[in-house]
Design a protein around this ligand. Structure first.
Ligand SMILES: [Zn+2]
Length: 321
């Protein structure tokens, strides 16, 4: 108590007695709530946004991710519990560019007062032609790690706005993550360059790798379906893809963790090429314990799968902290 005057000391004592009394009375009339209730409630739609948000928010936020690892966001149909989660949120972070149409619709209709931020829409989109001549923005922005850095900045700013007293922590977490992402970006570029140049061609189930291909120098040679998995490929589309795989001469094509691999398997057989032994994490990070259970590990695992299947020379990603 050295340095504290009598009146201050008395004030502290009164305050402590007041707090204790409050706790005692409060404890009698209502159930004690867990400490996490004090933290701002943040909701993220996709597993990728949730992972980046958890890294930036750390222990200062209470985060709920709606989509579970391995779930396809394009066709996800919300359940009643999702409405409640969205209504109780203080901040909703979603991908946007219509990646998760079911959840976006529910969110817009929900009565909650939370700020709704389309984190992926901070990125200037690549545009994709849809079948009916309609041009839509491609939502798979995270394929370029530099875009993920822009998303981290947006998440940091939104969290600071929500909880200004944690500004320092959020800033520090975001800058640590950004440093790691910068290393991941250069590593990915180097890895793809080890693939013989005529084999740097990617054939996947759905068109989720435009940003990845653009950033790391690998052409998207063909896909079974477009940017949304809602479409079903026609027999002609399948046949055309088989023909073009034969023509470009890639050694392997790729299935994805969020989509049934049956059809792409058939395409591989008919074209006489291998299906890569690991599936790509396209629209979701992997389940806990898998080799893609965070955004960083997902890019790392995808790069490994691509490099090894197309004849490159893979070197493990080492983080310099
Ligand atoms: Zn997708």
């Amino acid at each position: 108590m050295r340095g504290i005057t009598h009146s201050k000391a008395r004030y502290y004592c009164q305050t402590i007695v007041g707090v204790l009394l409050g706790l005692w009375i409060g404890g009698c009339v209502q159930p004690t709530s867990p400490a996490t209730d004090d933290k701002p409630r943040v909701v993220a739609t996709s597993t990728i946004i949730a992972d980046l948000t958890q890294e930036v928010g750390g222990d200062e936020i209470q985060l709920t991710g709606i989509l579970k690892p391995g779930t396809d966001p394009h066709v996800y149909e919300p359940v009643p519990a999702d409405s409640r989660i969205l209504e109780e949120a203080e901040l909703i972070l979603y991908n946007g560019y219509n990646l998760e149409p079911g959840l976006i619709k529910l969110m817009k209709a929900s009565g909650g007062k939370a700020r709704q931020l389309p984190v992926g829409e901070v990125v200037k989109p690549l545009r994709l032609e849809k079948a009916k001549g309609e041009v839509v923005p491609d939502p798979h922005v995270w394929g370029n790690v530099e875009n993920a850095i822009a998303m981290v900045n947006a998440i940091r700013d939104a969290l600071i706005k929500l909880s200004p007293e944690d500004q320092e922590q959020f800033t520090q977490n975001a800058s640590q993550l950004t440093q790691e992402l910068q290393q991941l970006h250069s590593w990915t570029k180097q890895q793809i360059q080890t693939i013989p140049s005529d084999k740097r061609q990617l054939v996947t189930t759905h068109d989720a790798f435009q940003y990845y291909g653009d950033a790391y120098g690998i052409a998207i040679a063909g896909t079974l379906i477009g940017i949304s998995t809602e479409e079903q490929p026609s027999a002609q589309t399948v046949q055309r893809l088989v023909e073009s795989i034969k023509k470009i001469g890639v050694p392997a094509i790729f299935a994805e963790t969020t989509i049934n691999p049956a059809l792409i398997k058939t395409v591989a057989q008919e074209a006489g090429v291998k299906l890569a032994p690991s599936q790509l994490y396209s629209d979701s990070i992997g389940a806990k314990g898998s080799d893609g259970d965070s955004y960083i590990k997902m890019i790392e695992a995808n790069t490994r799968t691509i490099v090894e299947a197309l004849g490159g020379k893979y070197t493990e990603f080492q983080l310099n902290k």
